[in-house]
Design a protein around this ligand. Structure first.
Ligand SMILES: [Fe+2]
Length: 402
């Protein structure tokens, strides 16, 4: 019960929701209180309690596809650099010169000569993080270049990271449980979707004036598909077969056994598919959240990743990335299908972002707390909300938020 006491202590001095209140909302099958979607104090606390403690995704490796590529990200107040060094390794550092702390880069770029120069005093770092030069460090005219010894120990501050299915995850605390352990249930579940290499199709950056949690909930919500995305899911009957799949205390998904439910013949892929899939898996669409901020969708011939990077209670940056299956798909004969896949997936995301921005507006009204989940449809949405409540409120005992 220690967790609850600590939280209650916090709550008395601020406007944060109490565990009791959140529990009551969840028990009554209502969405989380509107306050948790709009309050900047809660957003800052999410940075401390969730984003700096959990394995969080920051972008996709296809955003740094070539050695020398540099991709700066901000996630819940933390400024990081994702780079690919000359040995083709993805590395993550704090976006901060080790002299006076200036940001090294503000936009995605190529590091000329594999080097990053600080815009403040001109210290130069290589993409493996080492300080390569610092002009006139010892103020000696005869010695404009500092010695190896003088440069040692002043390299960029590295961040513990892992690349999984092309998604770059970081652990800012440096002491989260091993990523392999955290991801194991999903990794195991997705084995049939790993029989071939992923082919990076495209990556796009989106901005939404919405809370990151709305985007996570929306991603695992099958109920909205026939209304918002009728171009892929024309009827409610098609979505009816959806099931919720809880894989761990941080990972859950929505599974559509018959795909989006249109004619199965028409759904047979013309693109290369994962050869490890059983017959019934070939028609499936599965969409997961990996708490807190990673969204992953798989089909027989496709993977989609959305990395949510909260910038404030009402502002979200997203990396939206698509993948096909095997290098073979890069050939000329697939060009039309590649373009169409890209266009269709971006169209869906545009539709969702327009919707999320409207949802955010309604979360700012007191009436937001007069909403109710549709229990049969919203099981995965409810799983996300319970996970948020458990982790944010420090109620590590699952039964405390059930
Ligand atoms: Fe959607």
């Amino acid at each position: 019960m220690q967790g609850i006491q600590e939280i209650d202590g916090d709550v008395r001095s601020t406007s944060k929701p109490k565990l009791e209140e959140v529990r009551r909302f969840l028990k009554d099958e209502r969405p989380l209180p509107g306050q948790v979607f709009r309050d900047e104090d809660i957003f800052r606390d999410e940075g401390k309690r969730i984003f700096s403690r959990e394995w969080v995704s920051v972008t996709c490796a296809q955003n740094v596809s070539k050695p020398g590529d540099v991709f700066p990200v901000r996630v819940a107040g933390y400024s990081l650099l994702v780079v690919r060094d000359k040995k083709n390794e993805v590395r993550v550092f704090y976006n901060m010169c080790t002299h006076r702390g200036a940001a090294l880069v503000t936009e995605p770029c190529r590091a000329r000569g594999g080097l990053l120069s600080c815009p403040y005093h001109g210290w130069v770092f290589s993409l493996d993080g080492r300080l390569s030069s610092a002009p006139f460090l010892t103020q000696s005219k005869e010695n404009p270049r500092a010695s190896e010894e003088e440069l040692k120990g002043r390299g960029l501050v590295p961040v513990r990271h892992v690349v999984w299915r092309d998604i770059v995850f970081v652990d800012l605390s440096g002491c989260a449980e091993p990523f392999e352990k955290r991801i194991q249930p999903l990794d195991e579940h997705l084995k049939p979707w790993t029989s071939e290499e992923l082919y990076p199709l495209s990556t796009n950056e989106f901005t939404a004036e919405a809370n990151w949690k709305l985007a996570a909930e929306n991603f695992v919500d099958a109920y909205h598909l026939p209304v918002v995305h009728s171009q892929i899911c024309p009827t409610f009957e098609g979505a009816l077969a959806q099931e919720s799949l809880v894989l761990s205390d941080r990972i859950a998904g929505m599974l559509m056994p018959e795909g989006y439910g249109s004619d199965p013949k028409a759904e047979e892929s013309l693109l290369p598919v994962f050869s490890g899939l059983a017959e019934e898996q070939k028609r499936r669409v599965e969409a997961f959240f990996i708490f807190p901020n990673t969204l992953l969708l798989v089909e027989a011939d496709y993977q989609q990743v959305i990395v949510l990077r909260p910038q404030g209670a009402s502002l979200l940056h997203e990396t939206f990335a698509s993948y096909l299956v095997t290098e073979e798909v890069a050939s000329e004969r697939y060009q039309e299908l590649r373009d169409e896949t890209d266009r269709a997936s971006l169209e869906i995301n545009h539709q969702d972002i327009a919707l999320l921005q409207e949802l955010q507006k309604s979360r700012s009204m007191p009436a937001a707390d007069h909403t109710q989940l549709a229990v049969e449809w919203d099981q995965t949405v409810a799983a996300f909300q319970k996970t948020w409540a458990r982790v944010f409120l420090g109620a590590e005992d699952v039964s405390e938020v059930e």
